[in-house]
Design a protein around this ligand. Structure first.
Ligand SMILES: [Zn+2]
Ligand SMILES: [Zn+2]
Length: 395
């Protein structure tokens, strides 16, 4: 889940096509006036109140890719983030819950995509240690950059170096409710989760008297019960029923039972957690949310919890105010571009030669298209007052 105030926590910051009839409401008395109420959230059109927190789910699904529902911060989740049209300068902080690909796989899109689309400073990543250094976030991010060396090296000549860097802060996964971030009135705390291997954590984000909790993948654990108490919005995984995993996810019955009830949290157990911590509003995620599945999962939760509940899907949006919590769906454009932020994208301050990774042998295969594009380039260079020497052929 990712969000708001320059923070991407794991990605619930957060497609859905809401019918246009649901787009606006209230009484309209003039054919040219705007509707006074909105059932849908249109990104970029609502100023956040000084006393208001907004959370948008940008990935709520499963590790296997699906066109209609992204993994938490894995496949397609950055498509949802980008549809919110938040300048990349404000998407510079990521809090990773654990290192399964469905929870950090789209870091590649945020890192390189944000770099090419105007982020002006390094990306900053927080995440837990592991039972050995090789199982921790620092190792993962350092080796992520090694794996993407070709990407980095071939862009850094044309793009400034700084925004292509990642600053990583690894913290102890065993820390209990410890502060891992404290700046500008925003405090982020972490505590352990129980999932597959040591090194999954849950987060709380506290700001202005509000508390927002994001549970990392976990079997129900005593730390969540203790530290997620008093949450306004409490998000916790709520996994598929084992039988759904057999029927729809091609898992063998023993595997499905193990996965659904030993390394994840069943709907019934999710309900027990929420009945115990009693958040103002509970959010269930980490299941493919569709007609075939949602009613059985919902019924499972309702066996043990009767409080306020969202069955999350992508682009579900919550506005938290003193008056309460409002759930809506965001209505986004399929064709969003990145939006310019307050800091101009820097030029490459190093002045590296962008062509240094292209050999004479390969460059000698270039086909002459100057007659085709020459006029367009000349007009462009005049318009932006560029020095023609900049693109003069180099020997
Ligand atoms: Zn996981
Ligand atoms: Zn997961």
């Amino acid at each position: 889940m990712m969000y708001l105030v320059r923070l991407i926590a794991g990605i619930f910051l957060t497609a859905c096509l809401t019918a246009s009839a649901h787009a606006a409401g209230g009484k309209v008395t003039d054919p040219n006036s705007a509707a006074p109420d909105r059932y849908a959230y249109y990104p970029g059109t609502e100023e956040l109140g000084p006393d208001e927190m907004r959370v948008v789910a940008c990935g709520t699904g499963m590790p296997s890719a699906r066109h209609g529902q992204a993994a938490t911060f894995g496949a397609h989740s950055m498509g949802n983030v980008a549809s919110l049209m938040i300048p990349y300068d404000y998407l510079d902080k990521v809090f990773i819950s654990h290192l399964h690909t469905d929870h950090w796989g789209d870091l590649s899109s945020l890192w390189a995509g944000g770099w090419t689309a105007g982020r002006s400073s390094p990306l900053k990543v927080w995440g837990p240690s592991g039972s050995t250094p090789e199982m921790g976030t620092k190792y993962a991010v350092e080796h992520f950059l090694k794996a993407y060396n070709w990407d980095y090296q071939t862009r850094v000549g044309a793009l400034a170096d700084g925004p292509g860097q990642i600053e990583v802060t690894e913290f102890d996964y065993k820390g209990e409710n410890h502060v891992v971030y404290d700046n500008n009135g925003v405090v982020v705390r972490a505590w352990p989760a129980i999932h597959s291997g040591d090194g999954s954590v849950s987060y709380a984000l506290e700001w202005n008297g509000y508390k927002f909790v994001f549970g990392g993948d976990s079997f129900p654990n005593k730390w969540f019960i203790k530290y997620a108490k008093d949450a306004d919005l409490a998000i916790h995984e709520c996994f598929h029923l084992p039988e759904q995993m057999v029927k729809m996810y091609n898992q063998a019955p023993p595997v499905a039972l193990y996965v659904a009830t030993k390394i994840h949290t069943s709907p019934q157990a999710f309900g027990k957690i929420m009945s115990t911590i009693k958040p103002k509003h509970a959010v269930a995620y980490h299941f493919f949310n569709e007609e075939e599945t949602r009613y059985e999962i919902y019924a499972g939760v309702r066996e043990t919890y009767d409080g306020p509940l969202s069955m999350a899907t992508d682009l579900m949006t919550w506005n938290i105010t003193r008056d309460g919590i409002r759930e809506r769906m965001a209505t986004v454009t399929e064709e969003a571009w990145s939006v310019d932020g307050p800091v101009p994208a820097p030029n490459n301050e190093k002045g590296d030669n962008p062509n240094k990774w292209m050999s004479k042998e390969i460059l000698s295969g270039a086909w002459d298209v100057r007659d085709a594009e020459g006029r367009m380039i000349k007009e462009y260079m005049e318009k932006f007052k560029l020095d023609p020497k900049m693109f003069a052929p180099k020997e």
